[in-house]
Design a protein around this ligand. Sequence first.
Ligand SMILES: Cc1cc2nc3c(=O)[nH]c(=O)nc-3n(C[C@H](O)[C@H](O)[C@H](O)COP(=O)(O)OP(=O)(O)OC[C@H]3O[C@@H](n4cnc5c(N)ncnc54)[C@H](O)[C@@H]3O)c2cc1C
Length: 406
Amino acid sequence: MITSPKNLRTGRSIWQGRRSPKVPVHALKRDIESDVLIIGAGITGAMIADSLSAAGLKIAVADKRGPAKGSTIASTAMVLYEIDTPLTTLSRKIGKADATRAWRRSRLAVDAIAARLGELGVPDVARRNSLYLAGNVLDPKGLLREQEARRAVGLASRFFDRRTLHDKFGIRAEAAIAGFGDLAVDPRKATLGLLEAACEQGATIYAPVEIVDIDAKRSSVIATAANGRRIRVRHLVFATGYEFPDSVPRKGHKIVSTWAIATVPQPRRLWRGQDMIWEASEPYLYLRTTSDGRVICGGEDEDVSDAQTRDALLPAKTETLRRKLGRLMPGLNTTAAFRWTGSFGQTETGLPTIGKVPALQNCWVALGYGGNGITYSRIAADIITGALTDRPDIDADLYDFPRRSL
Ligand SMILES: Cc1cc2nc3c(=O)[nH]c(=O)nc-3n(C[C@H](O)[C@H](O)[C@H](O)COP(=O)(O)OP(=O)(O)OC[C@H]3O[C@@H](n4cnc5c(N)ncnc54)[C@H](O)[C@@H]3O)c2cc1C
């Protein structure tokens, strides 16, 4: 075993009820060779496979479940450049210069995701603005300082007071920062679209194939699958999501649980602009709309890593999410047509871990933990493609080992 197996999710997520294109997958019937093996065919593995195959490398992707069947299909897929950790807080943790770089890089990543999904014609991708509501992490004064900090480094934003929020959006909250140009996607369609592009560029997907052993040498890596077949490559990438690779230091990461619902369709009751909304609170609440006029509402994160406890809480958490949604937007129908729960990774800084695995030669890791997981998948694709094509990424040090001690 090279990754700790996890029960990643339970319940039926909204994306499971939708039709999606199929990508070609193969059984691993013989030993093979390639330039790079990516373990994991979720959104992270898909972005990396697309990017590396576009750069001319021969790519194999292996997944023990299949494309987009891990955490990705549970994602509420609000693709935000606004990092979970506010700029003012991150500046205190890692210094203003690096915090600014991290925020700006996320901005670029969201634009890059929009550009690539647009180029590929992936359906259900919508540009959305965001509203970050005052809460117990940042009160209205804290939000005002945060908005000023963002503005000062060139990140467009606006501050709205209680009255403006009510009059403009019908939202009951004390204050908010508006952000611009984020994305709402269908994470399964995005993943399958990117994998399809990677296959057209020469990549091959093997599934269901579990990698159970890795032998990392100076000039090659040999990965062994559960059926005994071997994949020999020059580089290996762990894109295994919340199933943490055993050989990667865990310091600064933890697994918690999160819950989500999607309402019945109600296109006429949605708020103006359908901005994506989230709270500066712990635990936080967030919401977005879908192309068929539903509202997805999630959050209520708890420090629970055991799947049984997480699943048992699903009925109670559904009710809490409905109640909070109704309080924030009294005009909405909060009936939950879908409800689901999943494991969720967090880091001390809110930044992901992307880089060369310290103890394994030629092995890379892309662990996009945190509420900005999908944004980080893009950054991982850029950094790993840069490293494997001798064009190092300018921001690679922000996400690399050793993780900063705070
Ligand atoms: C409820 C919920 C809501 C979320 N909301 C958001 C959001 O709004 N915005 C956002 O940006 N992020 C969000 N996230 C986080 C985001 O969904 C994740 O960061 C992202 O889906 C992780 O993708 P991944 O490809 O890294 O992992 P996964 O999708 O889990 O893919 C990893 C794959 O690796 C495979 N694998 C693992 N070990 C092995 C092995 N040994 N051999 C072969 N295969 C292996 C697994 O089968 C799996 O398919 C949310 C997550 C959850 C659970």
